[in-house]
Design a protein around this ligand. Structure first.
Ligand code: ATP
Length: 787
């Protein structure tokens, strides 16, 4: 069964590659013809293509022309001749595929081809990179080529002004980091005036390192948060208190699931110290929450692994990229709990104003594609979520890097001694070495070992971000020793210095396996680029963090069954085992992502419809019409409760009706005998119609629209924020609450829609109250005037 599936994929791939080869032949024929044209002729052709591409998107001939012209432009400006495999990768991306191209194959310049084709369609292309360093680097490198072709390029940086961002988005191509595009989308939907928005419609997105973004980053949603002041005392008190608690006596830690729980003994201590009867009682929820977060801060969050403290601030380190997650904070009070533990000033707590998952953000684009060296293992997820296929493009030259088998050690100390021996040996002949680590702490540990041996090195981690470019540019030179966290694991191009190829190229040492095999392969991929020679090897000890967290039991067994040697053991069974552990973690992470995604999909429909409505309001659509809609629905709903159809008017309690509606009793006790509640509803509605007509009368219409737009937006935004808060609680709830036989996702869906309905009711009520309270203009009187 499996082999049939593999065969089908293989057949599809080979057919796809055959097709791409034919296409490449056509492109190259045209490219050769273009080589004799002058620059002006090529530029005029580009202008002509701009008009054609928009009209005739399906014609392959226009596309051949576009690709041939781009290839010629790359040659004239950068001096590089695009390889056939690059043309293949570029073309695959224009056909809703992800191009899987090995590390170092030149994806950056390949991307010019599909970007140019998309840009000619005239709707704007977003080129998404995994970090700002790559965005700025690719922007600067690609700009001259695009400009030659008459394509305008912009860079969207975090922290730029609204005007600078608008300009960047108006360009044909906009480079930037994934989270910044997502945040701009959210901010645009919080804007109170159209001119505060920065994005155009979301048309084309090409994601570089697409697995990093759609898979690794996708566990944490993007959140725009407002601030409320944290209660510092309680955080500091809790932080000091949990310092005294002991693992296994007062609390337990599940490192695999990343959870902490208090033991009965721990709870007793808390109840005694905080002088409370029952920690789980509703009135103590707050204390419990603070204590739990403080305990998580103490037991699960490690300085220089999960976060760093810089300038008295706590910044999150992304485990996949080794970089600071700019602009992001731990939520739910964990940030403040860590700050209290580190004894730095507390940042204000977050109130969510807007939130979206990365997967959902990218599903908003009309056209999505991307490229990476490492995505095959996640093909199914990508296909299910985005309907994208993966085309594996062959390498230009055979890969010459030799990936050695992992070496295993009993202890960390033995591992580091062997790594040092290896580094020393290679350094002695001048071969450059890159040592990859999984955390800042580990990178510093390696540095101290090198220091002790008197070996020169460069250290690249999130604390030294500023030096990134210069460290990387020297990493391939003779004799260089570079220690780096995963920061150097993606996109970084280490070019070999003179004479280095003869020494065997760059040697990569992995000091620990990462949770995901893709990240390890990215690290290996810093070497052996463009057919260069190179080598890589991972060193693993039974005391590694990954093993202690996820496979400590199994490691115990291996300790007694293997013939260990101080200089390391190469054992196929251990290799297979470590891969199995990684696969298990990948599966766990996949489940977390799917859960986050499924829940966000439910909210997504609500978000889209809320944002659409909000946009209409901001864009100046008839505000009176919206208000009236709410009033009519509110009155109908209200009547159903207080004067239901089946009741005769004699049964109405006029004083209750008057009190509940805020209208004068004489409106209900009208001279006319009313037949039923419906007639009463009509009377009330016409009262409000008359009131709205007065408020929005011609002489003060524009002023009034402005004022009511602002009032209405405030009502909408408050209600939405409250809704998000409720959804967050609901989400927490479903992890703890037992739904009996009910599927938790289904239960979440039903409750989420109920909450949405409640939010709409709140909006109606607030609009009703606001209009009711509004004073009429002088000289006007209606029978039901507010009492
Ligand atoms: N056609 C070409 N001819 C010569 N050199 C090229 C060509 N294409 C790319 N290169 C060079 O190859 C190196 C690797 O390119 P690049 O960094 O874009 O690779 P990549 O595929 O993005 O790698 P990674 O997967 O690690 O991000 C760069 O130094 C680039 O200048």
């Amino acid at each position: 069964m499996l082999s049939r599936l593999t065969k089908r994929i293989f057949d599809r791939q080979s057919a796809e590659l055959r097709k791409l080869r034919r296409i490449v032949h056509q492109i190259n024929c045209r490219y050769h013809e273009l080589s004799s044209s002058s620059d002006e002729q090529l530029q005029s052709l580009s202008r002509q293509l701009r008009s054609q591409a928009g009209e005739d998107r399906s014609s392959p001939h226009v596309k051949f022309e576009v690709f041939a012209l781009a290839k010629e432009a790359v040659r004239r400006i950068s001096g590089k001749t695009l390889h056939d495999v690059q043309l293949m990768g570029g073309w695959a991306m224009t056909e809703r595929n992800i191009a899987e191209m090995a590390t170092g194959e030149g994806k950056t310049v390949t991307s010019i081809l599909p970007i140019y084709w998309f840009a000619l369609q005239g709707h704007g292309v977003h080129l998404i990179t995994a970090n700002e360093y790559l965005a700025a680097r690719d922007y600067a490198e690609m700009k001259p080529i695009f400009e030659f072709l008459g394509i305008r390029v912009g860079l969207n940086l975090a922290g730029s002004s609204v005007k600078a961002k608008q300009e960047a988005y108006q360009k044909d191509v906009t480079y930037g980091v994934c989270s910044e595009f997502g945040f701009d989308y959210l901010r645009d939907h919080l804007a109170r005036k159209p001119e505060e928005r920065v994005q155009r419609s979301l048309a084309y997105a090409l994601i570089d390192e697409i697995d990093s973004i759609l898979i690794d980053e996708a566990r944490t949603p993007l959140i725009i948060a407002g601030k409320t002041k944290a209660s510092p005392d309680l955080y500091y008190v809790c932080a000091r208190f949990v310092e005294r608690l002991q693992e296994n006596r007062d609390y337990e830690v599940d490192r695999e699931l990343n959870q902490v729980t208090f033991t009965d003994r721990g709870i007793q201590t808390i109840e005694t110290v905080f002088m409370i009867d029952n920690l789980y009682h509703l009135e103590n929820t707050n204390v419990y929450h603070y204590l739990l977060q403080s305990l998580r801060a103490k037991a699960l969050m490690k300085r220089d692994v999960d976060y760093i403290v810089k300038d008295e601030k706590v910044a999150i380190i992304d485990a996949f990229t080794g970089r600071i997650l700019q602009g992001r904070q731990y939520n739910d009070g964990l940030q403040q709990a860590i700050e209290a533990k580190e004894d730095v000033p507390l940042s204000p707590e977050n109130v969510t104003h807007a939130v979206i998952t990365i997967q959902k953000y990218f599903s908003l684009y009309t056209y999505l594609t991307g490229m990476t060296g490492t995505i095959r293992s996640e093909a199914e997820e990508i296909q299910n979520l985005f309907g994208l296929d993966i085309v594996a493009i062959p390498t230009h030259k055979p890969i010459q890097r030799s990936d050695e088998e992992d070496v295993f050690f009993m202890t960390r100390q033995e591992k580091y001694s062997e790594i040092m021996r290896e580094v020393k040996k290679r350094h002695a002949i001048g071969q450059p070495v890159l040592i990859g680590t999984t955390s800042i702490e580990q990178s510093e540990e390696v540095a101290s070992h090198l220091q002790a041996l008197g070996l020169p090195y460069q250290l690249l981690n999130a604390k030294e971000e500023e030096k990134e470019a210069s460290i990387i540019s020297a990493a391939g030179l003779k004799g260089a020793i570079t220690i780096a966290t995963n920061m150097a694991g993606r996109g970084t191009d280490i070019v070999l210095g003179p004479g280095v190829a003869e020494l065997g190229g760059l040697h990569v040492i992995g000091t620990e396996r990462h949770e995901s095999r893709r990240i390890d392969n990215q690290l290996r991929g810093r070497s052996g680029r463009q057919g260069d020679p190179g080598s890589s090897c991972f060193y693993i000890s039974m005391e590694d963090e990954l093993i202690e967290r996820f496979a400590s039991e199994e490691a115990r067994q291996w300790r007694s069954t293997i013939q260990w040697r101080k200089i390391g053991t190469r054992e196929p069974a251990l290799m297979r085992w470590i891969e199995r552990v990684q696969k298990r973690i990948e599966q766990q992470n996949h489940e977390i992502r799917t859960f986050v995604y499924v829940l966000d999909s439910i909210v997504h429909d609500q978000r889209v419809s809320f944002y659409e409505h909000r946009k209409e309001v901001v864009d100046g659509q008839d505000i009176q019409y919206f208000l009236r809609g709410h009033l009519v629905r509110y009155v109908q709903q209200w009547m159903e409760t207080h004067a239901p159809r089946e009741q005769s008017p004699d049964e109405w309690d006029i004083s209750v009706l008057s009190r509940e509606s805020g209208l004068r009793p004489n409106l209900f006790a009208s001279d006319k005998k009313l037949a039923n509640g419906l007639e009463l509803a009509q009377i009330i509605t016409s009262y409000f119609d008359a009131k709205l007509e007065d408020l929005f009368s011609l002489e003060n219409r524009s002023q009034c629209c402005k004022k009511w737009r602002s009032v209405y937006l405030q009502i909408l935004d408050k209600a939405w924020m409250r809704h998000l808060e409720q959804l967050e609680l609901l989400k927490l709830g479903i992890q703890f609450r037992k739904y009996g036989k009910q599927d938790p996702v289904q239960a979440y869906k039903e409750d989420a829609w109920k909450l949405y309905g409640q939010m709409e009711e709140t909006v109606r009520k607030k609009v009703y109250d606001a209009v009711l309270k509004e004073r009429l203009h002088k000289g006007r009187q209606f029978s039901g005037k507010v009492g």
